[in-house]
Write a protein that binds this ligand. Structure first.
Ligand SMILES: CC(C)(COP(=O)(O)OP(=O)(O)OC[C@H]1O[C@@H](n2cnc3c(N)ncnc32)[C@H](O)[C@@H]1OP(=O)(O)O)[C@@H](O)C(=O)NCCC(=O)NCCS
Ligand SMILES: CC(=O)OP(=O)(O)O
Length: 326
């Protein structure tokens, strides 16, 4: 089934609510209007009604689009939020600091998710990644068996579908981090009906070059196979060996993944972020994400260069993640 259709089918299985902290962005406003008008989910847009209406292309906002202005949030509910924040931070922030931090819409929106008032959050159209995801790292936190969250992109071009990761979060992952990223990326692939074949990438294929950075990838492959013995994971592989069957036959003839990989794990963030943008801007791929992996509740960061269509899709993916986690 076409990706968008299968996501729509999934997210309409039950009523889902997502919070959008950036109600002052035109793309966010119009994407949420579309999501609400098509009855796919209930957006809670943070901001002032009149300003949101000014940014919209419609005369009237759909009835199921909720608007919440943090400035007029009831005092008692705000103090409840502050108390929950302080408890979750477990000594790292005082109530006074929490009140200050909650003036930031990303902290406020994240707390709505943490308190169960929304099923997930989509932000980052105007905020840089660090400011968007830090509240989630500190409040939502990672699942018990995941030490670090990471950011995957779903890369789409006609009927091609791949996962690229980590393209967003971990600047210099350790071998253990990379192993976890590989395993979480395989799970993300299944969300989009991709049967994962995971390549941990390098400038070396099966010992063709030696360097401490290559050793890190080799170690990560070993750890990933221990973490998920049933997944098809291999490395270290150069991109051509991972992707092109004829090159794989020469460089890694014994690998089941080489030549057939569809989940590509980059060794660190410089190559990951540059790599996905090259595929997007030169290769004509649509890049949907980053999809944050391994959090207790879904929070999605957008690229600031995103358009309305990407926000619409990332929102459907975020709602689908929430459904899968229930
Ligand atoms: C994600 C990022 C912002 C975190 O940086 P930071 O806030 O300076 O990180 P800190 O080490 O101060 O950690 C802040 C909190 O997040 C947690 N954390 C940091 N990285 C984490 C990760 N990958 N997974 C889970 N938790 C993480 C820390 O444990 C810490 O929690 P605490 O406050 O309870 O102690 C940083 O790694 C970063 O800038 N990454 C690159 C983002 C980027 O620019 N990407 C390119 C565009 S998408
Ligand atoms: C994912 C990403 O690169 O985000 P931005 O373009 O906002 O830095």
């Amino acid at each position: 089934m076409e990706l968008l259709e299968s996501l729509k089918q999934k997210v309409t299985q039950k009523p889902m609510t997502l919070v959008f902290p950036e109600g002052n962005d035109e793309r966010i406003v119009n994407a949420t209007i579309r999501l609400a008008s098509e009855n796919l989910l209930t957006p809670i847009v943070l901001g002032k009604r009149e300003e949101i209406l000014k940014l919209s292309r419609t005369e009237q906002l759909p009835e199921n689009l909720q608007i919440l202005d943090p400035a007029t949030y009831p005092a008692a509910a705000f103090e409840e939020m502050v108390a929950a924040f302080v408890a979750r931070r477990n000594g790292k922030n005082t109530a006074e600091q929490a009140r200050e931090m909650l003036k930031d819409v990303n902290y406020f929106g994240t707390m709505l998710v943490y308190l169960g008032k929304a099923d997930g959050m989509v932000s980052g159209a105007i905020h840089a990644t660090g400011d968007t995801v830090r509240p989630a790292l500190q409040i939502i936190k990672t699942k018990p068996n995941v030490r670090r969250t990471s950011g995957a992109f779903l890369m789409l071009r006609e009927d091609e579908r791949y996962i690229f990761s980590d393209c967003a979060i971990n600047i210099d992952p350790t071998a253990q981090d990379l192993a976890e990223i590989a395993v979480e990326s395989a799970k993300t692939a299944r969300l989009f009906d991709i049967d994962p074949k995971v390549a941990l990438m390098s400038f070396s294929t099966k010992g063709s070059a030696s360097s401490p950075v290559v050793d890190k990838v080799i170690e990560a492959v070993k750890l990933a196979k221990q973490l998920a013995p049933n997944e098809e994971i291999d490395g270290e592989l150069q991109f051509d060996a991972a992707f092109v069957p004829s090159v794989a036959a020469k460089k890694a003839p014994d690998s089941k993944v080489a030549g057939h990989a569809n989940v590509f794990v980059f060794p660190e963030l410089q190559s990951g972020n540059i790599g996905y943008k090259i595929a997007q801007r030169l290769g004509g791929f649509e890049a949907v994400g980053p999809i944050l992996q391994g959090l207790n509740q879904p929070v999605s960061d957008l690229s600031r260069g995103c358009d309305e269509e990407e926000i619409y899709k990332v929102s459907l993916i975020t709602a689908a993640q929430a459904i899968d986690e229930e």
